[in-house]
Design a protein around this ligand. Structure first.
Ligand SMILES: *Cc1c(COP(=O)(O)O)cnc(C)c1O
Length: 392
């Protein structure tokens, strides 16, 4: 990597790149190779002993993934990282590296569906227990800590309720009890929020969302200290979840435009949240940088901008939620998020339909809750489509 010091992060994301080859290419090429060759028996021995830096096999490392990792680690203030084929590969391999049979983990109740499913349906078979805390009641956490508690896990802002978790407070609790703190920072992106500053040990991303931002590839990444990443690397090079060179190449290029995309999407989101707040069909709007958000102060403390996700509650519950979705014309009906295209989701009938109404309520989902992932279209066109659907 050709690292440039003392430049703004926007510049670094563009200018920090792999050394040029003899072709003097301007844009970093794609290294589609499964394996690598050596100059001599001695060179090979030294590479396998890690005395010299040299790629061995793309399940371990690849130039394109190394470039992608270096950029994300730098943004997050981390020493190193490992990149995965998907966000869930990052979540699973990270947790599997650090949890042993008999361990206990504490997690926010509002977490990504597949992560919840791991805790609930699969970890018990390895005798790993979990306890959930309510994001509105962080005082609960210390009471949940047991002898065998190994780590605390959370996402902020939460999905789809757009609640916030005070990272500083979580960091203090984890430190006091000497427990690992792992944050899934996917909703905020490292451009808006860096959990390591507040004491997180590891930060996970689904790069599928805002990092790519254009709905093209899956990817995941975990960053942290060299020591922890070393353990994660040794585990993951055996379990085989490495990102493909092609996806890493796409993602590293996507990061060149992360700041400008996220900034504009946040600007659109704030304008949209303000406009929606005034609509009579809406009970309330939740957006971190709206003064009416109950945790506005926490948002201002830990986020650079309010993020790209808005939640709002429709008057009239489930049926009006589905009618609203049907009336959308421009925006996409999809369960994905973090795309240039604005996406509208009705969690109660889709992503969280498997939960009982009581379980939905516990994670902040009400029957009329709508989640908007705000894109890069012109704000007036997004607002017009949503207002038309609301009027309907
Ligand atoms: C999407 C998502 C994941 C999973 O990522 P994939 O790339 O879909 O595997 C994990 N956490 C959060 C918060 C997500 O939004």
């Amino acid at each position: 990597m050709n690292e440039k010091e003392n430049l703004h992060i926007e510049t670094q994301l563009i200018r920090n790149q792999l050394e040029r080859t003899s072709h003097q290419e301007h844009s970093v090429p794609l290294y589609l190779t499964s394996s690598y060759v050596f100059d001599s028996a001695e060179h090979m021995r030294a590479a396998f002993q890690e005395e010299v830096e040299h790629s061995i096999y793309s399940r371990y490392s690849n130039p394109n993934s190394s470039e992608f990792i270096a950029k994300v680690a730098q943004m997050e203030g981390a020493e190193d990282g490992f990149a995965f084929a998907s966000g869930m590969a990052a979540v699973f391999n990270t947790l599997a590296t650090f949890l042993n049979a008999g361990d206990h983990l504490i997690s926010a109740r509002s977490i990504f569906g597949s992560t919840h499913s791991l805790f609930q349906n699969y970890f018990p078979k390895w005798n790993i227990e979990h306890s959930y805390f309510d994001v509105k009641n962080l005082e609960q956490i210390e009471g949940l800590i047991k002898e065998n508690t190994k780590l605390i896990y959370a996402e902020t802002p939460t999905n789809p309720g757009v609640d916030l978790i005070d990272l500083e407070l979580l960091g203090q609790i984890a430190k006091k009890h000497n427990i690992l703190l792992i944050i899934d920072n996917c909703f905020a992106t490292p451009y808006l929020q860096q959990p390591i500053k507040y004491g997180a040990d590891l930060v996970i991303h689904s790069a599928t969302k805002l990092m790519d931002g254009q709905g093209r590839v899956l990817g995941g990444i975990t960053v942290g200290s060299s020591e922890l990443i070393r353990e994660l690397y040794l585990f993951s090079r055996n379990t085989g979840p490495a990102i493909s060179p092609f996806n890493a190449w796409i993602l590293s290029k996507s990061l060149e435009t992360l700041s400008i995309r996220v900034e504009k999407q946040c600007e659109n989101a704030l304008k949209l949240a303000e406009r929606l707040s005034a609509h009579q069909a809406i009970e309330f709007v939740k957006y971190p940088f709206l003064k009416s958000h109950p945790q506005y102060d926490i948002a201002k403390k830990q986020m650079k901008l309010g993020g790209t996700i808005i939640a709002f509650e429709l008057k009239g519950g489930l049926s009006s939620g589905k009618r609203f979705i049907d009336a959308i014309q421009l925006c996409s009906r999809s369960a994905n998020l973090g795309d240039t295209r604005t996406i509208v989701t009705h969690p109660a009938s889709t992503t969280h339909a498997k939960l009982s109404e009581e379980q939905q309520k516990a994670v902040g989902i009400t029957p009329g809750l709508i989640r908007i992932s705000v894109g890069l279209e012109h704000i007036d066109d997004i607002a017009k489509d949503l207002t038309r659907a609301l009027d309907a």
